[in-house]
Design a protein around this ligand. Sequence first.
Ligand SMILES: [Zn+2]
Length: 696
Amino acid sequence: MLSSITLFGCDEQTDKNPFLTQEYGTPFEVPPFDKIKFSHYVPAFEKGIEQDRQLVDLIVSNSAEPTFENTIVPFDNAGKLLNKVSNVFFNLRESDNSDSLSIIANTVLPMISNHRDNMLMNSALFERIKAVYDSRLTAGLDSAQIRVVELYYRDFVRNGALLAADKQAELRKINERLSLLSLKFGENLLNETNSSFKLVVDTAAELEGFPENVVTAAAERAKAEGQDGKWIFTLQKASMIPFLQYSANPELREKLYAAYCNRGNNDNEFDNKQVIIETTNLCAQKAKLLGFNTYADYVIAVNMAGTSTAVNDFLAQIWPAAIAKAKSELMSMQSYAALCKSYRKIKAADWWYWAEKLRKARYDVDEKTLSEYFKLENVRDGMFGVANKLYGITFRRLTDVPLYNPNAEAYEVCEADGSHLAVIYFDWFPRASKSAGAWCTTFRPAIDKANGERTSAIVSVVCNLTEPAGDKPALLSLDNVQTMFHEFGHALHFMFAKGQYSRTCGNVPNDYVEMPSQIMEHWATEPQVLREFARHYLTNEVIPDALIEKMKASSTFNQGFATTEYLAASILDMNWYEIGADSTVTDVNAFETNAMGRIGLISEIVPRYRSTYFAHIFDGGYAAGYYVYMWSEVLDADAFEAFTASGDIFNPELAAKFRKHCLETAGTCSEMDEYVKFRGQKPSIEPLLRNRGLLK
Ligand SMILES: [Zn+2]
């Protein structure tokens, strides 16, 4: 354990704090990870907050009439140091965490949220912003500037700037309570997931037919828990799903799945039901204070969808096709099960098992064979190749930049003319210090200056892909490959983003954000692209056409199920955040049952997240926002269809338009207007339905 002195103290004489220097002095100004010490963070956060405070004081004390130049521009420039340290700190918290970083987080998180409240509830500052806002249309501002003013004004209003002092105090109280509740929800869920239940398997016979890596992981887990010679499966999805897929024992499947589905719903100290009731009630109160009918309306007002009605209509448009397909999938599985000796009526916990059996029988895609064509280095180069064909950009491995972890790798990205575009880090494999999942962030976002100079992006892609094992290289699953392309799509968005103002540059609504990433997944599985990168790791033989065809044929398999469980969760989310401020829910389970009953969800499918473990919406910032993935998918499916319909998936004219309107300027203007400039028309929902096999 480190003492608080080493974590928080900083001897300026002997210990130069890199965050506090004007420039890092590294190649491309990447963070000097090798020189950053734990003791540098807190002083940098403190100084950053102090700098912002002084800057706001300067804006507010200016005796001149408020203008865009003397108010909005300096405010948009605030946060320089705070962002500099935050970008490093919060990235490392996820990708290379340690006890020391956790201790520091406990100190800096309340500092930052308090600072944010102080800025957004500063009435003198708001008065000046409001003055610029009120005269925005007659002050000779260009459209990009008007948008920035409008967004800042909206930020303040949404944080209660127009409320009377007593209402503001009420709002602050609600916000504080909500942040505690979300923390509580997360802690309860973590406890329920990690400690409440473990499935211990005693005999190897029970694991017959399981993939080798799943068995090894379960054995290692048992060993770590002092049960050497046994196998342990947990309520983590990565552990549970393979068990549900491969275990021939319906009782054990049901036991594991029931424990998973009841997390946070066990009437114990970690129960989340009261947390949900209080959270949704407070959100409804907050929405009412701010002049919205429901919290969903409050959230969605700043998204592309605009209103909760638009979201509900959208979800309702896909639901009938999804549930119909799911029902027919269930019938197919039931008929197939009838042919097998182990027949019984298929229940929710059986879906993965029978789907896997039927998938094998119908398409015979062997994951292991497929993975031999997906050596990580080949996939990575294939991904670079796609970006090169579309946008002309090139990638050069950097060996002279500091890395935050020896397993990360860095590249310089250049434009077709050789000029510098960005630096990108990749960090592929799991380790104890890394969070689960995959994500893309920046160590420094791109921004253009008024004088034409540009600060380029420093991007970071972090994954948890299948590691190299023994003398074999990292051989990836198809899911891994799609994840790489997905995160790389976010990275391209960060690299290409253009704009002079940090409020808008690359800053898109939540229901647009997955579009640049999801569209890249389409290229990943195009036969033309696969033939480029999918080569056997031993023989370099190109992936056989027969295998590509099997992959294609199975791509819509079980999509009725996947779409239904996703939509059910999205609809549940909307239901929770459409509760009015005057009504109270008393029974969480009954509320959920009613909501699912209204849409006719079948008992063989459980929403992807039930309420008591729906972390996205109760502890993840996705309240009334779980729908965004599919909303973005309408855009990416429709956008990709423009390429396929042109007969060239690398159509240079379309690629240039896509880059300009959908990646560079989205954020600085209306996303839908920009989309129409790329596509020539508004997006249609049909490509999404077709891709998921939901069209009749
Ligand atoms: Zn994403």
